[in-house]
Every structure is written in structure tokens, then in C-alpha cells.
Design a protein around this ligand. Sequence first.
Ligand code: SAH
Length: 349
Amino acid sequence: MDKKDIKSMTLSELERDITEMGQPKFRAMQIFRQLFSKLKTSFFDMSDISKSLATELDLRYRITAPKIVSKLVSKIDGTEKYLLLLDDGNIIETVLMRYEHGNSVCVSTQVGCKMGCAFCASTKNGFVRGLEPGEILSQIETVTREHILEKDFRVSNIVLMGIGEPLDNYDNVIRFLNLVNDKNGLCIGYRHISLSTCGLVPQIKRLATEELPITLSISLHAPNDEIRDTIMPINHKYKMAELLDACREYQKICQRRISFEYALISGVNDKKEHAEELARRLRGIMCHVNLIPVNSIREKNFKKSSKNDIILFTNVLNNSKINATVRRKLGSDINAACGQLRNDHMKKD
Ligand code: SAH
């Protein structure tokens, strides 16, 4: 019998299992606490679980706990980048960003990615598989465990912006969101979670029906189809008009400000007329535009926009009443664009 991934289970599912095993229901809560408060990775280390019950649990369940292959820490701002080894030998990336307002973890949702964005390192080695809910959750736990001796360390924010397309792993990501929000689990508020997508229109509409007060972030990166077609293959399937309509529909239901990601690539999408066109297209959507000077990746020769072009672009948007800021870059001394560390590691192998 395949062992069940216990971290992908809700408390009520575990309670049902535990009572079926002939145990009192409260044991499920004890196990949950050991997993999510004490961050235990073995049933035999759980102080309030007897050895015989631990043996029984160990036969039924596995506790996902990725191993740290490497960890880079920025000397400038404390950003930490982790390469994590999963039980099946696959590798993913997780990043901890330290802000004054709290600690934020950027999680991967898939091993590799099939979306093919031209500027993104995550997609270069293709797609392997979606992550289980417990595997997404355990990234946050692994980072927290590394800081177990630091008084009051807590992860308060999550961004689903690591390797993979979250909406292409829909059911597992929704289950992860429910689990991470559980007051008996890691208890991270939906308002402190951002989910980023390259624009899978049907899934955006479906996400709206879940009515979770998370922040939806759209990787737009272009002001029109002509440019978007050349850098994001998903745009052949769902055109910008359709994507922006889905955003309007999402907003109508969820009443939340939408965030648009826009990587400024020199000579591609960073001119004044691009900013003007973008402002026109976003009019009427309550939003924030995150401008990101593109990270050049080795596999592709995209260059960052000049400082002047970045300032001009930001001003055009702000003067058109579109709220825009340039994203502060963290961890520049351990610079590795999303997915780059994993690619380097795979090359070495
Ligand atoms: N698949 C999702 C989430 C993962 S990528 C998405 O597409 O949104 C997280 C963000 O980083 C996205 O906005 C993505 O477009 C951006 N990104 C990827 N590579 C980048 C690079 N080289 N420079 C700047 N941003 C990049």
C-alpha cells in the first residue's frame, strides 16, 4: 500500500482516519501540532505519541520533509535561497525574503514549468510534475525549521512565485491554500498570500468562485498582443483582451486589488508608448503595477531597461492614475533568476 502524504490532509480527514484506526479523535490534533507547531519530521520524535502508535502511523503515512541541497544567504539583506531535494529525487527552489513588516516565503508549485515564457529560467528544462499540497507546505516549514532558534521567527507572507505555474496545478494549490490557512496548521492569513499566474483564463475564473481573499498577481509583461505573443506563448491561447476581462470578472467577485507584474526588457516593452498603451488597457481595473527590471538569464539574452527608461515608464503610468512602483531587488549578491539555481544544479549533475 502506498503511504499517504499526511501533510496534504486536512485535520478533519486525519480525524476520520484516526478514529477508523480505533484511536480517540483528539490524537489527530496532537499529531497536527507536532507536525505544524513543533515541525517534527518523524512520528517517533513526537513526544505525546506512544511508540506503538508511531509505528502504526509510520506504516500508513509519510511526512514530506525535503532535504536542503544548498542554501545561499545574502550578505546585503539576509535573503535566503534554498535548493530542496524532494523524496523522488527532484529539485525545487524556495526563497525567504526578510522585510521590516515580516518574513515572506516564495514557494515553487511545480517541478519545472510548461508555460515557456522566453525570459524565465524555470521553463528551460521543461516540465516534470506538479507538487503535492504537502510538498508546497513543507517548503515553508523547512525555512522555518532553519530559524528554529531565532526568537519569534515566523513566516507571515507567502508568494506563489517560485518555479511552476500555480494555476496549472489547480487542485493541489487550492488544497495547499486551505491547509496553510488552517488555524491549527501554519495559520497564515489569505490576505498575506499572493498567487501569480501567466494568465490561464479558465482557471482565473474558477479561482474567483473560490472567493479566497488572496492577492491575484498577473504576469503581464506587455502592453499588447503583438509583444506578448513574442515573449509569452500562453498569449497565443488567451489573448490580452480575454485575460483582462477575466481580471475584471475576478475583481467584481472578489473585490480585491489586482497586481500586474511587468518585467522591463530593454528595447522590447519599455518605451513611453508602451507605458501609455498599458495605462489605457488597465484603465478601470483597480490595480497595482509591479515593474521589475528583467533579470537576465544565461539561456536568453534579455537586457534590463536603463534607469531613465524605468523612471519614464513609471511616471507615465502614475500620471495616468495607474499605481506603479519598481520592485526593490532583494538578494542581489546571490543573484539567480527564478529557476536559475535549479538549472545550474542540473547542469553540474
Ligand atoms: N508561473 C507564474 C509564477 C512564477 S514566476 C507566473 O508566470 O506568474 C514569478 C514571476 O517572475 C512572474 O511574474 C514571472 O513572469 C517573473 N519572472 C520570471 N523570470 C523573470 C526574469 N528573468 N526577470 C524578471 N521577472 C521574471
